[in-house]
Design a protein around this ligand. Structure first.
Ligand code: FEO
Length: 431
């Protein structure tokens, strides 16, 4: 049960930027930066109701800040935060997503709290390293990772790549049952209302946001929803818009319904990898760029943490398979079981491509290639084997390989570009 311990207070600054601070759960404070007049977000869509950038503070025995805010709120936000915490006592900064509307003040936080440990996905940490240009303490997390803040606050993390950037994680506090998903389930809607008590006023902005940011990766949304399923959620503390308390299950159900509808008609490639080896994350990102250019979607699966059921389901539906092989000697039992599942499920209607990075003399890519060919799958591009550092030439090769695969799949299923409408799929609000 979420308790509103104190009523929200609004601190007005010059212009149309304001800050709302509210206790949203035990030991948990929201800092909602209200950007009343913002009328455009990237090139993607016009905003009719402004937006907000929401940041959160959890005070257990250790203190964690979850996401920051847009740099335009620097003075307002940092001044208020300084009243709440002693910077030298800030232990963690969780970065669910690194787009600047949430990470714009990470450098400012690091200046004030150089001891802080930044928590994020591997990709997020890489993005931040290139953004802040200074060393910092960090902790890489993914699905299954957890972090005990003490005082009952035990954070769990869920990987949600492609929602809507490759860096995304969701953070969940098991003691308060609050989910902090950053962009996911958000909406660009600015008002003093902290909660979602008027869903009929919000639903148009909620759907526009889904259509622009999440709908293009509908299958990834479904994967993230599946990973979220074991979490008992009472409150979704989103990074944009009001916090979802009164109707959180209905909002999640909308994501599920829309994504199932989108995914039905989607041609996609399942890209399997193990992210701890060599330059596999860089290669998979450039291959993905090439594939998605052609209008074909990509679903990433880390073989070291996925379960065989998830693998089977994806391989059954995928039009193409790309596998990034780790060295044979480094494969865990889980990884090997998952490779076997791919081989047991793949079929001759599929195209495939392979890459390998970080390997030594044991090049497992060639036996795997022979096995897939033996099953009747058609190779879309020659194996990519990287022995040294990844370079711009390798990037280009991967991009072109992905494009070749995507174009061949598009030629097989040209009708897949017509996306089904999500209109009329949702149920009216209860009550
Ligand atoms: Fe709200 Fe993707 O940033």
């Amino acid at each position: 049960m979420v308790v509103l311990a104190n009523p929200p207070q609004a601190l007005r600054s010059s212009g149309r930027l304001t800050l709302q601070v509210a206790e949203i759960a035990p030991d948990t404070t929201a800092f909602r930066c209200l950007d009343w007049d913002r009328d455009r977000f990237d090139i993607e869509f016009e905003l009719e109701n402004g937006t907000t950038y929401n940041s959160f503070l959890i005070r257990g025995e250790q203190t964690a800040l979850i996401d920051t805010t847009h740099r335009k709120f620097q003075d307002l936000y940092l001044e208020r935060l300084s009243q709440e915490i002693d910077w030298s006592q800030l232990d963690y900064l969780v970065v669910n997503h690194t787009e600047p509307d949430h990470s714009g003040l990470v450098p400012a936080i690091l200046s004030r709290a150089p001891q802080v440990t930044v928590v994020g996905s591997k990709v997020a940490i890489q993005f931040l390293e290139s953004m802040v240009h200074r060393p910092f303490n960090y902790l890489i997390v993914k699905s299954g990772s957890s972090l005990d803040l003490g005082g009952g606050h035990h954070l769990e993390f869920v990987s949600a790549p492609n929602l809507h950037w490759p860096d995304t994680i969701l953070t969940y506090d098991a003691s308060t049952r609050v989910l902090f998903p950053c962009d996911v389930f958000g909406m660009h809607y600015c008002s003093d209302c902290l909660w979602d008590e008027t869903p009929h006023l919000l639903e148009a902005d909620f759907q526009t946001y889904y259509d622009c940011l999440m709908g293009p990766n509908a299958r990834s949304v479904l994967m993230a929803l599946k990973r979220m399923q074991p979490l008992a959620v009472d409150l979704i503390a989103t990074g944009h818009g009001p916090l979802l308390k009164h109707h959180h299950a209905d909002w999640v159900e909308r994501y599920r319904t829309w994504s199932e509808n989108q995914a039905k008609a989607e041609t996609f490639v399942a890209l399997f990898y193990v992210d701890e080896y060599g330059y596999s994350d860089r290669l998979m990102r450039t291959i993905t760029t090439g594939i998605t250019k052609t209008g074909v979607a990509v679903e990433w699966v880390d073989l070291s943490v996925a379960d065989p059921h998830e693998i089977r389901e994806l391989v059954n539906c995928a039009a193409g398979i790309v596998i990034g092989m780790p060295p044979q000697s480094s494969q865990t039992t889980v990884t090997q079981v998952n490779f076997s599942t791919i081989l047991a499920t793949a079929s001759s209607r599929q195209l495939f491509g392979l890459f390998e990075t970080g390997g030594g003399k044991d090049e497992p890519i060639y036996p795997l290639r022979a096995q897939l060919r033996g099953l009747g799958l058609v190779e879309a591009f020659p194996p990519i084997v990287v022995k040294g550092a990844a370079t711009a030439v390798i990037d280009q090769l991967c991009d072109e390989a992905g494009t070749d695969l995507g174009q061949r799949l598009s030629a097989i299923a040209p009708s897949n570009k017509a996306k089904p409408s999500n209109l009329a799929l949702i149920k009216p609000w209860a009550g």
